[in-house]
Design a protein around this ligand. Structure first.
Ligand code: HEC
Ligand code: CU
Length: 383
């Protein structure tokens, strides 16, 4: 027994070396295993981000094993013997130890900041021939808009982000209300949206597919509904097969106001989808009332409650949402306004009229419940 003890304590260096080798091995295993649960690396930048992440995991994993190992060792090695009731030895101050545990983390942090800076510079630098897409976050919705080439003021709006393999993309991000964060795990990008300024983020998709986009900044009750998708087309041709017809509808909008209203809402230009359910348009938000069968409810219920004709009620729901609150719901809907194109929640009068014309058809029969004359007169009715 005695012989064995003196044998082990005679080569402490060996034990320390063996323990450190185990820690490093453990750290490397953690660094290799954890990324297996990450989404695919679907952008050119994702490999650099993941490699940096692996370095951090290896270091963090080794430190985790060191700390946990020291705890387990101490619990076993230093536990009180039966009947032992005295305090432990009082110790304080160990300059060597303190120097070591300050110097090692300082070196680690320095190395990590240099590596991080390199990756950051590399993935955020401008590239030739970028496709610029604007994304707007609004509680609780994402919408995307693309400039139409050679048409200065006209944009294609979409609820999904379309792009294609190999095309560098620059997203310009702005918010209509509070902070949001634009997060595409498969592209390894995450960027905050801040009121009053534009932020940007860049990436180049490499694998065709359909990946989720999230909001990564708690922005209110419907935050969990604030999702969208990025569709990465295999090449420019398939991308244009989506883009050109969309641009065509914008350049030649439908004459019929109902069709135009449907098209405006389907484009996701306004954030309704994140707050309302409407099957026809794939809306899934639950912050506001369900809009299926809305027109019948307006006729049977809201008209009597407000003394307004149906078109007037719907128009005022958009421009003065706080005026009449649907029972059971709070005053959470943005107040759209036709006066200031640069201001928040701008919705021109013609858009409002088209949207109301469409909402009037959400009846069991599919027939409009509104008088066309009332829709024409909306500018004075909603004043
Ligand atoms: C931030 C969440 C939010 C957004 C975005 C939003 N709404 Fe609403 N909406 C509400 C809430 C909450 C109510 C119920 C309270 C009220 O009447 O104002 C409501 C009520 C309504 C009503 C009245 C419904 C009824 O049953 O009487 C209509 C119509 C409506 N919204 C249409 C829209 C349209 C169209 C859009 C997009 C242009 C939109 N909303 C965007 C939250 C939202
Ligand atoms: Cu959000």
């Amino acid at each position: 027994m005695n012989a064995e003890r003196s044998n082990t304590s005679s080569s402490p260096i060996l034990w320390v070396v063996a323990a450190f080798a185990l820690l490093i091995l453990g750290g490397l295993i953690i660094a290799e295993a954890t990324p297996l649960i990450l989404p695919p690396q679907a952008s050119a930048e994702s490999q650099q981000v993941d490699n940096l992440f692996k370095v951090m995991l290896a270091i963090g994993g080794a430190i985790f094993l060191l700390v946990q190992g020291a705890i387990v060792y101490s619990v076993i090695r230093f536990r009180a013997k039966p009947g032992e009731r005295e305090d432990g030895v009082a110790m304080h101050g160990n300059a060597t130890l303190e120097f070591v545990w300050t110097a090692i983390p300082a070196v680690i942090v320095l190395i990590l900041s240099i590596l991080s800076f390199q990756v950051w510079v590399s993935i955020t630098s401008a590239q030739d021939n970028e496709l610029v897409v604007h994304a707007t976050g609004a509680r609780f919705n994402w919408s995307f808009s693309y400039n139409i080439p050679e048409q200065d003021d006209l944009t294609v709006n979409a609820r999904e982000l379309h792009t294609y393999v190999g095309q560098p993309i620059r997203m310009v991000l702005s918010t209509a209300d509070v902070n949001h964060a634009f997060y595409i795990p498969a592209m390894r990008v995450k960027q905050d949206l801040l009121p009053g300024r534009e932020t940007e983020v860049r990436f180049t998709p490499t694998i065709p597919g359909d990946y989720p986009i999230f909001c990564a900044e708690l922005c209110g009750s419907g935050h969990g509904d604030m999702r969208a998708r990025i569709i990465v087309h295999p090449d420019e041709e398939t991308y244009l097969a989506w883009f050109n017809p969309e641009a065509d509808v914008v350049l030649n909008p439908p004459e019929d106001p109902v069709a135009r209203g449907f098209q405006i809402l389907a484009s996701g230009q306004y954030p309704c989808a994140g707050c309302h359910v409407l099957e026809e348009l794939d809306w899934t938000g639950v912050t506001g009332p369900n809009q299926n069968g809305l027109a019948d409810r307006v006729v049977n219920n809201r008209v009597a409650a407000t003394g307004e004709v149906p078109a007037e009620y719907l128009g005022r729901s958009l421009y003065h949402p706080g005026e009449y609150l649907v029972p059971g719901f709070g005053n959470l809907m943005p107040q759209f306004q036709p006066d200031d194109p640069a201001g928040a929640n701008y919705m021109p009068m013609e858009d409002m009229q088209a949207i109301v014309a469409y909402l009037c058809t959400l009846s069991a029969s599919g027939e409009s419940v509104c008088d066309p004359q009332n829709i024409q007169d909306l500018p004075s009715l909603v004043d």
